[in-house]
Design a binder for this molecule. Structure first.
Ligand code: ARG
Length: 459
């Protein structure tokens, strides 16, 4: 049943209808559509356009429809163009054509869909935040399990300076918490309801959009009906936050993949979160991490596709906008699959702390400590840097570690290099010395962990 037959002599061509139909993806908006209809019926009543008994009959029919939608007794038919069309048919089946036909006054599918999509996304935002916090929890629990473990911190993927494993893991947690805070910022901006904007110009029937907005959980109605029906930056911004989440998760995933190689040997995956090979019996593959890495590309694609749809679109509503939903629904669906899997994989990783500790000083990661020790003896950093570099050159040439340089060798490199420098040539000494706010010293990391847990509890 179409909503617009009057001026047409014939129905749509089959291919036209097939192109037009959207129920296969917008049916998930049905509960929100019914909530919108309930609120709309009330403002029609307030405006004197429905009698008391008509309102009662309308709400009864909508309640029955909501039940049948929830149970699956009512579903869209092949002739229903979209979720709004299908539900109007359902309403008319329950309330009769006379009463059911009154609800469409003063609203349009344009303001409906813009409102319902926002409502669906605002609920999804809460699920996305919860899923993200589950991943944060997994990182925090690993940090708690290994308060003293160290590893070689890297830049350019090369050994750089030793850091605490907890410090490294929490770096990922901070990025994810910013995504949660992005979701909250987004929600505050998206808490305006377009319902009542009509097709684009607003309604002439004396309806109160703010009352509908409040009933649907929005802070207010939109200021501008054209903007209300035509803007989709809320959808693009949401897709961005999910893409950013995907990218942040992919950075964790990539590290797990590397850490799990024989060459690194940092971690072992729990059997429940790994897969085997159909031909190579020895294989234990990090598929969770690889799918995370792969799906992050898909989330970026959903964002860029949506932006391309919106680019240069004239005001107000254009049917192109029907293309706004699937990419965002897809991003939500993918993350709903990913969150529990990543949280499970991370929470059950076994870290080989002995190996990590062995590698932490390798690659001369304590060279900066020599330079900074010299600075504390009054040597200018430029000179200190040269001297520490020379220590690396001498040690490397004879296959020794920095702590194995002899007193003579040290003195020859720089007279200020007394044997006391060896005090900082341990991983623990190096880590403990980086003790300003944000540094990797155990006390600082413990405080960081405390603050992070408190922040996560806020969300
Ligand atoms: N199904 C459409 C959408 O998702 C809403 C319908 C608006 N159609 C129209 N011809 N104005 O955007």
């Amino acid at each position: 049943m179409a909503l617009w037959g009057g001026r047409f002599a014939s129905g749509p061509a089959e291919a036209m209808a097939a192109l037009s139909v959207s129920t296969h993806f917008d049916w998930r908006l049905a509960p929100y559509d019914i909530a919108g209809s309930r609120a709309h019926a009330r403002v029609l009543h307030e405006a004197g356009l429905l009698t008391d008994s008509e309102l009662e009959g309308m709400l009864r029919a909508l309640a029955g429809l909501a039940e049948d939608v929830a149970s699956g007794a009512f579903t869209p038919s092949a002739d229903d163009e979209d979720v709004h069309t299908a539900l109007e048919r359902g309403l008319i089946e329950r309330a009769g054509a006379e009463l059911g036909g009154k609800l469409r006054a003063g609203r349009s599918r344009n303001d409906q869909v813009a409102t319902l999509f926002r409502m669906w996304l605002r609920d999804a935002a809460k699920r996305m935040a919860t899923g993200t916090l589950d991943v944060v929890d997994a990182l925090v629990s690993q940090a708690n399990l290994h308060p003293g473990a160290v590893l070689p911190g890297r830049t350019h993927l090369q050994h750089a300076q030793p850091v605490l494993l907890a410090h490294h893991l929490l770096a990922h947690a901070h990025a994810l918490l910013r995504d949660v805070s992005r979701l909250r910022d987004w929600d505050a901006r998206t808490a305006e309801s377009p319902y009542g904007s009509g097709a684009l110009a607003g309604s002439s029937l004396g309806l109160d959009p703010d009352s509908v907005a409040r009933e649907l959980g929005f802070a207010a109605a939109v200021e501008n009906s054209i903007d209300g029906t035509a803007s989709r930056d809320f959808a693009a911004e949401f897709a961005f936050v999910l893409a950013m989440l995907g990218v942040n998760l992919s950075r964790i995933a990539e590290e797990v993949i590397i850490w799990n190689t024989a060459e690194f040997g940092y971690v072992t995956l729990d059997d429940a979160w790994a897969t085997g090979s159909s031909i190579m019996p020895q294989k234990k593959n990090p598929d969770v991490a690889e799918l995370t890495r792969g799906k992050s590309g898909r989330l970026i694609g959903n964002l860029t596709g949506l932006l391309a749809t919106l680019k240069a679109m004239p005001l107000a509503y254009n049917r192109d906008l029907q293309e706004d939903k699937e990419p965002v629904f897809d991003s939500v669906g993918q993350l709903e699959l990913l969150f529990p899997a990543i949280a499970g994989m991370l929470g059950t990783l076994t870290f080989h702390t002995g190996r990590l500790a062995e590698l932490a000083p390798a690659g001369f990661t304590l060279a900066t400590d020599i330079a900074e020790w010299l600075v504390r003896q009054g040597v200018p950093f430029r000179v200190a840097h040269e001297a520490a570099g020379e220590c690396v050159r001498v040690a490397e040439a004879r296959g020794a570690g920095l702590d194995e340089l002899t007193d003579d060798e040290l003195e020859k490199i720089h007279p200020a290099l007394t044997p006391q420098v060896r005090e900082v040539l341990t991983v623990d000494g190096s880590v403990a010395s980086r003790n300003a706010r944000g540094g990797t010293a155990p006390d600082r990391v413990a405080e960081q962990l405390e603050r992070l847990v408190v922040r996560a509890e806020d969300f």
